[in-house]
Design a protein around this ligand. Structure first.
Ligand SMILES: [Zn+2]
Length: 299
């Protein structure tokens, strides 16, 4: 049995999957606030509860909104601030009396989709989360590519490629630089682009629905968005040439992206032919917690 834990800002979710990836248990608890020790305790109790329900011990993998710094062994870049500066993997390994693997939650998403999801069978899979932010990760031969700084695949804070005059210098971004992919491609960024163009205050999904209904202003917003997404992905394809690009997060529910973005890619990718499949995540919101379980890969 493999246990996966997804540590989120409001809840901690745990699942148990069997050797074939079939989900056998799922439990969730609220994320304790203000205390690192309480977070460790909550995860430890959740694992114990899952094992009690399943009647068997398992391997444990944990996805977090951050990363363990290879330089210090401590959590960095986490928006669950209780974790920052702590050796979460070591503390959980001690508390659970076994080796516990900890990885970034976007990386867990990609690992899930590459293992038995929409990117299964691909040698190189680039996974993208497009939601309130933009994250990503890379799986090669079924294994996460974490990188020397644990930032491999983090394309959200690269500048948007081939910017047009009206896209320069771009919107400010919390990372300190303007014009990031995230500031054009995140769900709120799509909504802002539409608002600036039309004065209409709509959510990303509503804009997509109006576009499908034939609203010319919504179509124009979606065409701009798809061109930007294609540019951002073309940079990745030129470097990594993945077998699959898997999209997750709220914006990935916009179905026209899978139809339109592949039509735009050939304008930007350095190849006579571009066949890279752009696919929707198979496991949706469950990919993060499933990928955490797959941090212990199939033998
Ligand atoms: Zn940025």
């Amino acid at each position: 049995m493999r246990i996966g834990i997804d540590l989120g800002g409001t809840k901690i979710e745990g699942i148990a999957i069997d050797e074939n990836g079939v989900e056998r248990q799922r439990l969730r608890v609220p994320t304790p606030k203000g205390s690192y020790a309480a977070v460790v305790q909550a995860i430890t109790s959740l694992v114990a509860d899952i094992e009690k329900a399943y009647g068997e011990k398992g391997s444990v993998g944990v996805g977090i909104p951050g990363a363990i710094s290879p330089a210090t062994g401590l959590v960095k870049n986490a928006n669950t601030v209780e974790l920052i500066g702590h050796p979460l993997d070591k503390d959980l390994s001690r508390a659970l009396d076994r080796e516990v693997r900890v990885a970034n939650d976007a990386n867990c998403f990609v690992l899930s989709e590459a293992t038995d999801g929409a990117g299964a069978g691909g040698q190189v899979v680039f996974g993208v989360i497009v939601g309130t932010g933009v994250g990503g990760g890379i799986v090669v031969d079924g294994r996460l590519l974490t990188g020397a700084h644990a930032i491999a695949g983090e394309w959200g804070h690269n500048p948007l490629a081939w910017p047009r005059d009206d896209e320069r210098p771009g919107h400010p971004c919390f990372c300190g630089r303007p014009g990031c992919n995230e500031s054009f491609l995140a769900g709120p960024s799509l909504a802002r682009d539409h608002r600036l163009a039309t004065g209409q205050d709509l959510k990303a999904q509503e804009i997509a629905e109006r576009a499908e209904g034939g609203d010319p202003q919504a179509i124009a917003t979606m065409v701009r968005y798809e061109d930007r997404l294609a540019r951002a992905l073309a940079v990745i394809i030129n470097v990594l040439d993945p077998d699959f690009v898997v999209l997750g997060g709220g914006v990935s529910n916009i179905d026209r992206l899978y139809r339109e973005v592949p039509l735009v890619l050939p304008k930007y990718v350095f190849s006579d032919k571009v066949t890279t499949p752009i696919v929707k995540a198979k496991f949706g919101d469950s990919s993060g917690v499933r990928g955490a379980a797959w941090l212990w890969p199939k033998r």
